[in-house]
Design a protein around this ligand. Structure first.
Ligand code: FNR
Length: 364
């Protein structure tokens, strides 16, 4: 079989993406009213990249509860006003030929921090005032050495949070999203449960692999109850903590195997726990994690992400069979038309160039 190419369409659970390029979720920290409602900024940010040719456009980490926000400026989907505000954004993304997707998350112990904007110390907790709140976590264990306010979740808080993911997914469906991605990466709440470095619980939600994965599996089951069977359900996961005694790629592959059939798409990032990044660096540094999941599973679409910026380099990941799809993040902040530009550079067949028809003169 000839391997697919980057600009060939791909089906995920029967939903067609026009190519294998995915805009990954990127927090914009732009809800100035601190109400989690997306506005013009999110609209133009996502629509521009749909027009730029991505096959799927994933909206930023969107909180399922107010206290699950990384910062007070995050988007949310814990109420209907937010769902209504997402609807025209979904319509526009779909109109422009991309599948509208949203990442649903809860920051856990990494909530209530200052937004990552220029001149601001990244990830710094807000310890007092109206923008500060006590955060939830599996064990009251911080993800790094910064001072925070957090408490270990009671079982009823776990149940409420599982339900909040399902409620947010239901709203995402009503808003018109075609895909939901659960945020199990980067040291946020689900990852805090997965990793033995932050999960020291002794009840059924901690301990061995079974216990640490229970929270995520319950979320998947609850979301499946409400999320339409013909839409895409995905997970972005940190494939490794890159730390001794941390969450590992072996556990990630096992989890993907257990969830195949329920989850259609795995997006392989890494790290998020600890003060420093201890993993490999350089172009495509996380691709081997995606390849491991792809090789260990059947029927799951696997995407790679991280420092993949050149057209040929990104195309090679797919043609070499190292992943089924690729996320291009920061390079697409610099150039929203990254996919179109890459298609022209690679000289793909005319019908695969995902250029907006309004821009067609750019080719000559
Ligand atoms: C991110 N990233 C990120 N990841 C995620 O899972 N949810 C999120 O909301 C965000 N937010 C975010 C904001 C900004 C401004 C950046 C630059 C990054 C990580 C992002 O999705 C991606 O995985 C990394 O940027 C690595 O890919 P690139 O940028 O090297 O292509």
């Amino acid at each position: 079989v000839t391997p697919p190419t980057l600009f060939e369409p791909i089906e995920i659970n029967g939903v067609r993406l026009r190519n294998r390029l995915i805009l990954p979720p990127m927090c914009q920290y732009s809800c100035e009213a601190r109400d989690g409602v997306p506005h013009g900024w999110q609209f133009q940010h996502l629509a521009a990249r749909a027009a730029g040719g991505f096959g799927m456009v994933v909206a930023e980490a969107t909180a399922v509860t107010p206290e699950g926000r990384i910062s007070p400026w995050d988007t949310g989907l814990w109420n209907d006003e937010q769902a209504q505000a997402w609807a025209p954004i979904c319509d526009e993304i779909a109109e422009l030929g991309a599948v509208p997707a949203i990442q649903l998350g809860h920051a856990g112990a990494k909530a209530s921090t200052v937004p990552m904007h220029p001149g601001v110390p990244a990830g710094q907790p807000i310890l007092e005032g109206p923008d500060s709140w006590e955060t939830l976590s599996p064990s009251g264990v911080p993800t790094n050495s910064m001072e925070i306010r957090t408490h270990a979740m009671q079982v009823d808080e776990i149940r409420e949070t599982v339900q909040a993911f399902a409620d947010a997914a239901e709203r995402a469906d009503r808003a018109g999203f075609g895909a939901v991605q659960l945020h199990a990466a980067h040291g946020y709440l689900i990852h805090q449960f997965l990793s033995p470095l932050t999960n020291t619980r002794t009840d059924e939600y901690g301990g061995d692999y079974e216990g640490r994965t229970r929270f995520l599996k319950e979320i998947v089951a609850a979301v499946r109850e409400v999320w339409p069977a013909d839409k895409i359900l995905g997970i972005r996961i940190s494939g490794s903590d890159w730390r001794e005694d941390g969450w590992s790629i072996e556990e990630t592959v096992r989890l993907a195997q257990e969830l195949q059939g329920q989850v259609h798409w795995f997006d392989l990032s890494s790290a998020g726990i600890g003060d420093t990044y201890e993993g490999p660096k350089g172009p495509g540094y996380q691709v081997p994690l995606a390849t491991a999941v792809k090789e260990g599973t059947e029927g799951i679409v696997v995407s790679a992400v991280g420092s993949l910026t050149g057209a040929q380099e990104v195309a090679d990941v797919v043609t070499a069979g190292r992943a089924d799809a690729v996320c291009v993040g920061r390079a697409a902040l610099a150039n929203p038309n990254w996919p179109t530009a890459a298609a022209l550079e690679l000289d793909v067949p005319e019908e695969q160039v995902p250029m907006a028809r309004q821009y067609f003169r750019a080719k000559w």
